[in-house]
Design a protein around this ligand. Structure first.
Ligand SMILES: NC(=O)C1=CN([C@@H]2O[C@H](COP(=O)(O)OP(=O)(O)OC[C@H]3O[C@@H](n4cnc5c(N)ncnc54)[C@H](OP(=O)(O)O)[C@@H]3O)[C@@H](O)[C@H]2O)C=CC1
Ligand SMILES: O=C1O[C@H](COP(=O)(O)O)[C@@H](O)[C@H](O)[C@H]1O
Length: 486
């Protein structure tokens, strides 16, 4: 279980860091829907924290009225208050942030604008780029033109970092000219999801899992994040991205690395990212032709991709992807991907690791499931094969489930399957609440280091190669479980 107040690192002192958060792109969807509510829930939990939030984008907030609008949106201050109250947050830290927030208009691609924005801002300060990747790149170039940057400056970058390996390398190099790695947060909110953080407690705060957490005892690992959601008006972004780049490049690969990393000696921004990178560097596509793999795990198709057609999911009619707004049907963008990977180390060689994510899926699953090997010895007269033990953890719902065999084969009941299942009692921070906490603490332990981003793109290139050579785009009706043979 992950205690919400459980601060995992000893570096640096919490509550002694960032006092000013500047959100660039603050009139966008991310800020109102995720960043501000996450911040509000954190402040409700930490009443002593004093933080000034500066919102910024090109237009005066809320921006001029469009030709078809008849109601002017609320002010920035109202937006902050509304976002805080949406998660029912109160307390002195919430009041302080609400009363001290302000809006500054700024085109982040213009050095002169940035200079004005940062003029009276004192460090430690974090600039949060809630911007499209192309604008983030231009903003970094404009920041590099300034004569001086605020002292103790942190930068927080949203995903995606770049759009491929080359652009990610270029952006990382640009960022490195502005601040060092320990002042850089490459945000992956999946690392803040309560269920994902439960993996930390399960693995490293118990005696019983870590000794068997390797290829000798684990048969396979599955990390699934399916969604009923379809495009939700994000056609333009999604059509140039697709499921692998949207969901695997950082999110599911980061979760995989946390699930499979060697135990770090400390939970700090040196050890955790190093162990994450170690796993990602060793990751390759499952080789279905390897004799050893074929004997132990026959029939795995390493890459499956699909795209939804019309159907119904979550009680809503979903149109054929090709009919969605702002998409090019000829582009072959996938809305479903399933890949089986291998982490080629002594600890994990030969264990298939399947990552899957699909949009418009019926009865979607969102879990990390570790399936153990069967007992090594078969007793005469017992039912065989004995079902394997399995441990699964939900992503956002914090649901932990352990499956075991109990009972005696010598009485009439025979062997039973026991499922120990528990939700975690106290709700903790939301995913973006944890992200905000790490940022305001100046603690990049659970953010994505530059090399991990680049490894993510290397793995995406392997998947793309499979798309081009052996994984044709298949169709699946919205509301189904995805294409065969996933
Ligand atoms: N929305 C989501 O659910 C998620 C988004 N993300 C990532 O977060 C980032 C932002 O996403 P989202 O909020 O949805 O995007 P939006 O398109 O909703 O918002 C973009 C923001 O950028 C501002 N902007 C654009 N150009 C400039 C400029 N030159 N100078 C200053 N501000 C500018 C816009 O305001 P204006 O035009 O007035 O300047 C607007 O405030 C993206 O990288 C996305 O991938 C990540 C996870 C989830
Ligand atoms: O980053 C993204 O994540 C969401 C899923 O995360 P959630 O916290 O909103 O459940 C996904 O829908 C989106 O496509 C992707 O860009």
């Amino acid at each position: 279980m992950c205690d919400p107040a459980f601060h995992l690192t000893t570096y640096p002192d919490p509550m002694d860091n960032i006092r000013t958060l500047v959100i660039l792109g603050a009139s966008g969807d991310l800020t109102a829907r995720l960043l501000l509510p996450g911040l509000g829930s954190l402040l409700a939990m930490q009443p002593e924290r004093e933080i000034t939030v500066i919102g910024s984008a090109r237009d005066d907030f809320p921006g001029p009225l469009g030709p078809d609008d008849d109601v002017r949106a609320e002010t920035w201050e109202d937006t902050v208050a509304k976002a805080f109250s949406s998660v029912d947050t109160t307390g002195p830290a919430v009041d302080h942030a609400r009363e001290n927030t302000r809006w500054v208009s700024c085109d982040v691609t213009e050095a002169a604008d940035l200079e004005k924005l940062l003029d009276d801002v004192e460090g430690p300060v974090c600039l949060y780029f809630a911007l499209a990747p192309a604008i983030t790149k231009k903003a970094c170039a404009a920041l590099a033109e300034l004569d001086a940057l605020p002292e103790d400056l942190y930068l927080a970058l949203e995903k995606p970092v770049g759009t491929d390996l080359d652009s990610a390398r270029a952006l990382n190099a640009q960022v490195a000219q502005l601040v060092d790695e320990e002042h850089t947060f490459r945000v992956d909110h999946f690392l803040g999801m309560p269920g994902v953080l439960d993996i930390v407690g399960l693995r490293f705060a118990n005696r019983m899992f870590e000794p068997i957490w390797d290829r000798r005892h684990i048969a396979s690992i599955e990390i699934v994040f399916d969604e009923t959601l379809a495009l939700e008006g994000r056609g333009e972004f999604y059509d140039s991205t697709g499921a692998a780049r949207d969901m695997l490049q950082s999110h599911l690969l980061q979760v995989m690395a946390l699930t499979m990393m060697d135990p770090p000696s400390r939970f700090d921004p040196v050890e955790v990212p190093a162990n994450t990178a170690h796993i990602l560097r060793a990751t390759r596509l499952w080789d279905e032709d390897s004799t050893m793999h074929a004997a132990e795990h026959p029939g795995i198709t390493p890459v499956v991709r699909g795209r939804y057609t019309a159907g119904t999911t979550g009680g809503h009619d979903v149109p054929d992807y090709a009919q969605e707004k702002d998409v090019d049907p000829e582009r072959e963008t996938e809305t479903f991907v399933q890949v089986t990977l291998e982490v080629d180390t002594w600890r994990w060689n030969g264990v298939p690791v399947t990552l899957r994510s699909g949009k418009a899926i019926g009865n979607p699953s969102q879990h990390i499931r570790v399936t153990f090997r069967r007992p090594p010895h078969e007793y005469r007269g017992w039912p065989h094969p004995t079902a394997p033990n399995a441990l699964s953890v939900g992503f956002e719902e914090e649901h932990v489930q352990l499956e075991a065999n109990v009972g005696s084969p010598f009485d009439s009941r025979g062997m039973n399957r026991l499922t120990l299942s528990s939700g975690v009692p106290e709700p903790g921070l939301t995913a973006y609440g944890s992200v905000m906490r790490w940022i305001l603490d100046g603690d990049p332990t659970f953010t994505v280091r530059a090399d991990a981003t680049e490894e993510g793109w290397r793995i995406i290139d392997l998947i793309q190669h499979a798309y081009d050579t052996c994984a044709p785009l298949q169709e699946y009706p919205a509301g189904s479980q995805g294409p065969h043979p996933a």
